[in-house]
Ligand binder design. Structure first.
Ligand code: AHR
Length: 488
């Protein structure tokens, strides 16, 4: 098999927002508790309760933005339950996720401390479904007010004299489903009401994010844009790659070629879906003032045997790495309108970049894809044409994107095929390709890292290029993703 990629480096295009490489964390299973936060008294090394091993790995990834506290949990979350002395915080049952006790020991201050340690921007998704306007308005005031009000003083009393300067503000989550089962007309009205009272304090103009559609529901997008478009900065969409029916989604490991091919085909659908929403947005907003955010995406399989079904804990293989590479290449290509994306979820839940087991931690193949794609953050998109065979599942065998930053061109290319390698000819027009650095991530489709074998799947240096008159020639193994950077 052979394929070619042609990159035009002569005309750098739109900037790829670093926030496309964002993450999502919910009070779900062991994402927050045990995964990110262990508490100050834990024997697991931590700083102010945040696990040091996990924070250090996330810093290396240069995580740009983190969404919290949900997900479905967001519309049952009352922020005042999570501030003040730990022992006085309200206890609740997490009815969405596993029916476990939520003691609210991780709340607003802890989340902002986590973001500070990682070095990322906070994105808070506030409660519309079971909250009220005053509750949301006061959360914004608590976070951002630099005035001398009773609410701001509450924050001072809890140890933060300075405002937190939160910018990204989500108004409800999946309001068409777990966030209240609303009609788009009803949500659009509620959205306008709620956001009116989320004020600007000092220099902190909020970036207002409305709950967008589920999957391909373009009617939701249409109604929202028509009725509330001028009141929002961005709307969201959620898309999960689920290989099987909901009752039998399939295992994260030990899958067949057929399940692999279906997974890749379903992951690829995100492009047509996001384009269908962008087409609707274009009708109402031809100047592209409103952004699109995919604030939940990733694979969703059956939970690992023996684990709480409500915790959504799944392993992560090279198949997930391929889904990540394909998705991120698609996101880059739509960077003119896609302003953020948040993989679900950061640790121990769904397509996680990190798994933990007590004091142990491992990096998943998906983590390594995010690492390979780091040069794209805030780089300028380059026009990229891919010529490759179409696989039996209808997806092109090779997925790629390219960008330029500080004179260095980076091309990320994935061979999505289950078993066939491909010879690839790469041309970069307008750039000398003499000095090239490469890294590759590859393995059997269900290769993964586990506790006791944490380093089975890791990127390796990639230097097997040949310079020919046709361009740079290289062989991409089956199920692999490479990042090549040209510096000269
Ligand atoms: O990420 C898990 C759940 O999936 C989220 O809570 C919800 O928003 C979505 O349905």
């Amino acid at each position: 098999m052979s394929a070619s990629i042609h990159v035009d480096a002569r005309r750098p295009g739109t900037a790829i927002s670093r926030n496309i490489y964002g993450h999502f964390s919910e009070h779900l299973g062991r994402c927050i508790y045990g995964g990110l936060f262990v508490g100050k008294d834990s024997p697991i090394p931590n700083v102010n309760g945040m696990r040091s091993d996990v924070v250090n790995a996330l810093k290396k990834l240069e995580v740009p933005v983190l969404r919290w506290p949900g997900g479905c949990f967001a519309d049952e979350y009352h922020w005042r339950d999570g501030i003040g002395p730990q022992e006085q915080r309200r206890r609740m049952v997490n009815t969405n996720w596993g029916g476990v006790v939520e003691d609210n020991s991780f709340g607003t201050h802890e989340f902002l401390e986590l973001c500070r340690q990682i070095g990322c921007a906070p994105y808070i998704n506030a409660n519309v479904g079971s909250g009220n306007v005053r509750e949301m308005a006061e959360w914004v005031e608590y976070l951002n007010s630099d005035g001398d009000s009773t609410v701001a003083r509450e924050r001072w009393a809890n140890g933060s004299r300075e405002p937190f300067h939160v910018k990204f503000w989500g108004v409800g989550n999946e309001s068409w489903g777990c966030g209240g089962n609303m009609r788009p007309e009803f949500y659009a009205d509620l959205y306008k009401q709620y956001q009116t009272f989320c004020r600007t304090y000092g220099r902190d103009r909020l970036y207002r994010i409305a709950c967008g559609p589920s999957g391909d529901d373009t009617r939701w997008t249409e109604v929202l844009m028509e009725r509330a478009g001028k009141h929002l900065d961005a709307l969201t969409m959620h898309y999960y790659t689920v290989p099987g029916p909901w009752e039998n989604k399939g295992s994260a490991t030990g899958f067949t070629k057929e399940a692999y091919d279906i997974t890749i085909e379903k992951a690829n659908r995100i492009e047509a879906i996001l384009e269908s929403h962008l087409a609707v947005m274009d009708r109402f907003d031809p100047d592209h003032r409103v952004g699109l955010i995919i604030d939940e995406w990733g694979t969703w399989y059956d939970v690992e045997p023996g684990t709480n079904p409500g915790f959504l804990y799944q392993q992560n293989t090279m198949r997930d790495a391929m889904v990540a590479a394909l998705s991120l290449n698609i996101f880059n290509a739509h960077a003119d309108r896609l302003v953020m994306a948040n993989i679900a979820q950061m640790v121990n839940v769904l397509q996680a970049v990190i798994l933990t087991d007590g004091e142990k931690m491992l990096l998943t193949p998906t983590y390594h894809v995010f690492d390979l794609f780091r040069p794209h953050m805030d780089a300028n998109l380059l026009g990229t044409a891919v010529f490759a065979d179409t696989m039996a599942n209808g997806v092109r065998q090779v997925s790629a994107s390219a960008s330029v930053k500080d004179g260095a061109v980076t091309v990320t290319a994935a061979n999505l095929d289950f078993e066939r390698e491909t010879e690839l000819v790469l041309n970069v027009e307008g750039k000398e390709t003499a000095a090239v650095e490469g890294r590759i991530l590859t393995g059997a489709p269900d290769a993964h890292n586990d506790f006791g074998s944490e380093h089975t799947v890791e990127p390796a240096p990639f230097t097997a290029f040949r310079r020919t008159e046709r361009g740079l020639v290289l062989t991409l193994p089956a199920c692999s993703v490479a990042a090549l950077t040209f510096r000269a």
